[in-house]
Ligand binder design. Structure first.
Ligand code: FMN
Length: 346
């Protein structure tokens, strides 16, 4: 039977002469030096046909169906552009079957002025949507006996649960930052004991070391979201908002942290060590994920169900227009589907 996907089903190849001319002209510009070869993968050209759809990307994660293993990392809200950005991101989640974390919903706890920017459930069908609060606010809410405000927030947003961001370095460097009176771990344990919605815990761009990861993996949290170093760095961002003198003294703090790849290694070792004590069994690999190849590499390398998340990489397109975001995601997901067919992680 003729292949309906062939460009020239009759095999006449009318463009051959032009193509051969292009090949000769471009051949000298088309050499990849040895040091540029991506050594993360085995390339296996013999073992698959071309994927014709994105069906090979489907998976179940966070208790829901995903069309592809991609997460929109928590970003913005409460500024002029935020409503449009969040709406575009949410629509993309519905169209491609992705999940999304909202940016910090702190403003909504006591004031509904910006509620509209965050109420994106109506655009994203039943795809996973998580509200987001910082550990400092949660510590305060526990102290003041107001934790029920978080329940109300989740209900208002029709969210599936809460992402807790843990960001001591950012808070310390932020001129208007908060101070933690307790360890974030104590606060997280207290929340888990008091609520019945799903919890995801994340950093915001410096990642976490093995002791923090171990503590989280021992808890019944729905997932860990790495927020690793190597991409957007909020310690650096706060320094750029600060004085020249502070920037000079503390720039070294922005260079601390862990890359997503290093964290994958930590988690793989911990899975072995923890055995039956492993309670958290899903990971969102995020922080410095540049493209589908980074995401594919790391999700394959991790020995737990995983998807990959991007913040700034999607923000660029989401703030331009929905069409730009669509175009970008389509290219990325087709690339990911091809990677899945022909690449094996070393
Ligand atoms: C504009 C912007 C706003 C962000 N706001 C939040 C936030 O409110 N809460 C949060 O947990 N993380 C926030 N983040 C951090 C991201 O979720 C993510 O962890 C970090 O940017 C690293 O991912 P990336 O390298 O793909 O950008 C924000 C990131 C960006 C770029």
């Amino acid at each position: 039977m003729a292949n309906p996907y062939m460009n020239n089903p009759d095999n006449t190849d009318p463009g051959a002469a032009d193509r051969k001319k292009d090949h000769i002209e471009l051949a000298f510009q088309s050499r990849v030096p040895h040091h540029e070869i991506d050594t993360r993968f085995y390339y296996e050209p013999l073992l698959s046909g071309h994927p014709l759809t994105l069906d090979n990307l489907k998976l179940k994660f966070l208790g829901k169906e995903f069309g592809a293993p991609v997460w929109v990392s928590s970003m913005t809200g409460g500024t002029a552009l935020a409503g449009t950005i969040n709406k575009n991101l949410a629509k993309a989640c519905a169209e491609y079957g992705l999940g999304m974390g909202l940016g910090s919903c702190r403003q909504l706890l006591f004031n509904e002025e910006y509620l509209d920017d965050f109420q994106v459930r109506k655009f994203m069908a039943d795809q996973p949507l998580y509200a987001n609060l910082g550990i400092a606010q949660l510590e305060h809410l526990i102290e003041s006996g107001d934790l029920k405000k978080v329940d109300q927030l989740i209900q208002k947003l029709e969210a599936d649960g809460l992402i807790i961001h843990v960001n001591p370095m950012q808070e310390w460097l932020q001129p208007e930052g908060d101070v933690f009176m307790k360890s974030p771990l104590q606060t997280i344990v207290r929340i888990i004991e008091s609520v019945d919605y799903k919890i995801i815990v994340k950093e915001v761009g410096q990642g976490m070391g093995p002791k923090s990861l171990e503590a989280l993996l021992r808890l019944p949290v729905e997932a860990i979201d790495f927020g690793a170093s190597g991409g957007t760095n909020f310690a650096l961002l706060e320094l750029l908002r600060s004085t020249e003198n502070r920037e000079k003294n503390y720039r070294n703090l922005a260079q601390l942290g862990h890359s997503a790849e290093e964290m994958v290694g930590f988690v793989n070792t911990l899975i072995e060590e923890l055995g039956q004590d492993l309670k958290c069994k899903q990971v969102i690999i995020s922080g410095g994920i540049n493209d589908f190849l980074d995401g594919y590499y790391l999700t394959q390398k991790l020995n737990l169900p995983a998807i990959y998340g991007q913040a700034s990489g999607l923000l660029k397109y989401a703030q331009a227009s929905y069409e730009k975001l669509q175009e970008h995601l389509e290219m990325q997901l087709k690339g990911l589907s091809l990677a899945k067919a022909y690449l094996k992680v070393k």
